[in-house]
Structures are given as structure tokens and as C-alpha cells.
Design a protein around this ligand. Sequence first.
Ligand SMILES: *Cc1c(COP(=O)(O)O)cnc(C)c1O
Length: 415
Amino acid sequence: MSQDMTLETVRALDAKDSLRAFRERFVIPDNMIYLDGNSLGPAPKSAFAALDRAANVEWGQDLIRSWNSAGWFELPLRLGDKVGELTGASAGQIAVCDSTSINIFKALSAAASLRPDRKVIVAEGTSFPTDLYIAEGFVASQPDLTLKLEGVDGDTIEELLGPDVGVVLLNHVNYRSGRLHDMKALTRRIHEAGALVVWDLCHSAGALDVQLDDCDVDFAVGCTYKYINGGPGAPAFIYVAKRHQAEARQPLSGWWGHVRPFAFEQQYEAAPAIARFLCGTQPILSMQTLSGALEAWQGVNMANLRVKSLALTDLFIKLVEERCAGFDLQLITPRNHNERGSQVGFTHPHAYEVMQALIADQVVGDFRAPDVLRFGFTPLYVSYEDVWNAIEILRDVLVTERWKEPRFATQNAVT
Ligand SMILES: *Cc1c(COP(=O)(O)O)cnc(C)c1O
């Protein structure tokens, strides 16, 4: 990228952008620069159409028949295969169901059940907190398991990988810093140590070219309401590699995971494949909304998406450092492409207030305690010009110090 970017050079990048037309598939409020697709993706127009059909026709008119006629019952596995297309998983290995938190519990239990003699679970101290809370809860429910954390019980995952480690739970992209792990290399090292891996893809599914099968991953989980744009509270997913499906057991043995749910038998018998990772009845309106949202991914090449994502984050970092120098902003996201997800974080002593002032001016990112301004870059609907304009507004917020207005200091429940 040339030294001096101008609005014209940035517009020229948009003119050449092969993903530019995808923005039309989304509802983006007028004048908003939305840099929070890593928290809640905007609505694909196709999602609204699917939700409308599900509510008015399938529920409103066809009622109970829709379990068969609209394919409601098959949705978890049908959508799972579609999520697989975005994450490098061949068919029959992903179920869309429940929440990420619940799926972490199922994946940890199943992985631990495959390594019964190994009593240690390893996770990252900097994980998204729900991963740690669920791991704590799971470990507490088992008589002799313990949890060890990178950054607490050892400096690196490598250092913690002893003969007693059965499962390692990792966040593919860190939710605060945006740091990306090398999935293939880490999975290999964990396997060499005799353990299994559970990858949390919440900040990578739909954001970069994830290759679950190629990386020989054992288990993975992720949500669909962030980069996949499935809607608030959209169901999550769980990936279980084919080779583990026959042996892996999960403890939430509800009727949807039974081999014959409609035989209404007295005893549980797990379904033979990925279906055993289902628990109970799923939120069909959310499922159908997600089904519509996935239509917006048709024709998207994930490698191209990744190229634009890196170009957007490169541009953002460069422009912040050039145009907002001297305002106490510190980059916490790796500069190296191989170590960067699709978001950028800067610390600032008044990050909360600065973010509130930005949001008031329609530049929507988010704040992560205690001091991070977090910006997500989603190549399907964010343009290079959006990045330029966001920086101009950030610069103005800092130069005028309008973030000091008292209204920006009031803390909301959700940041
Ligand atoms: C967003 C996120 C979650 C969210 O879990 P829910 O059960 O959907 O609330 C979990 N893990 C990571 C890494 C996340 O970024």
C-alpha cells in the first residue's frame, strides 16, 4: 500500500473490489458504518424473506405438518452441512443446534470420554470467558478432572501438553486481541502429545478460510450470529470429525439425539452419527432465519474474502496510526497476517467513552473491558471508503475531545 492514502485511492480500491456487489444482499442502515459484524452480523435480505415464510406460511398456515413438509426436523443437519461449506468440513460432520456455550460442554465431554485415562483439560487463560466458565463447570462435574490454563499454569500451550492432558480447548481467533492461531500446526502438536482438540470458531467462521477437515480437527464449535449473520441468538454449531462419531458420547442425551426419536422408547440409544450431538427441539424460526442468511453466502469464495479482510484491517491500522497519532491509541492486534483474524483492537485509557462517541456518530464498533476499542471487518458489506470515513470520524472524536461529554460515560448493560 502506498505511503499516502487519499479518499481517491481508497475509492479506487472499492472500484476494483470483486466482493463489492455482495453489500446489496444486506440491510445496512443509511449512513451507518458497521464495524461490529464480529458481535452481531447485520440482516441479510434473504434472512428476512425466510423468517417471513417460516412465520406466516409454515407456522401460520401449515402448522404441525411443517415438521415434515417444510423440513423442520432435518434443519440441524441440513444447515450443518451448509456451515460445513464455509468451514472446510465435508457433509455429515456438523449439527446446527443449541448455543456455543452448550456445544462447548458437549464437545469437551465427548472429547474427554475418548481420552478416559488423561485427567487434565487445557484452555487459554485469555479465552472468551464462557469457554472458561463451561470448562470449569464440566471439570467440576467429573470426579477427577482438572483444568489448566495457559498464562496461569504455564506460559504456553506447548509447555502444558503433558502425558496427562486429554483435551485442549482453543479459541481460533481471540475475541479481544484478534490474534489468530495456526490451526493446522497446533492441532498437529496436540495430536503428537496424544490429546484431542476442541476449536472455538466464534470469531473465525464466516470471517476467514477455515479448513476443519484439512487441519485434522477433532471437535469444533461456533456461533452463527456473528460473521455468519444468522440473527440475534441464532443457533450455534458443533463439528465432530467422522472418525470420532461412533465412539464419542455427549451427556445431554435428549430425544433428538436418539437413534429412533419417534419410536418413543424407554431407553436412550445414541444415533449413529453427528445426530447424537443433538439434544432437544430447536428454535425453528431462528433456524429458518439462519437458513435464509446462509443463502447470502452463495458464490462467496472464502479465500477472496480473506484477502479483502486483510486489506481492510491493514488499511485501518495504517490510517489509525497515521491520522490518529498522538492520542494514546495502542494496537493490540498482530500486524503479521498469519496471526490476525478479521478484527482490530486498540487500547485507549477512555475506550468506553470514545466508543460511545463513535457510535453516536454512526461508526459502530464495540468496547471490551477494561480498555479495548474493537472493530470488526466484514468484507461482504464493509468498503474501503467505510474504513476511511470511520477514521475521519475517530480522528474528529479525538481532536475535539467530545468523548468527554457526560452522556458518553453512562455504562449500558451490554457493551
Ligand atoms: C461470542 C462467543 C461465544 C458466545 O457463546 P454463546 O453461548 O453464544 O453466548 C463463545 N465463545 C467465543 C469465543 C465467542 O466469541
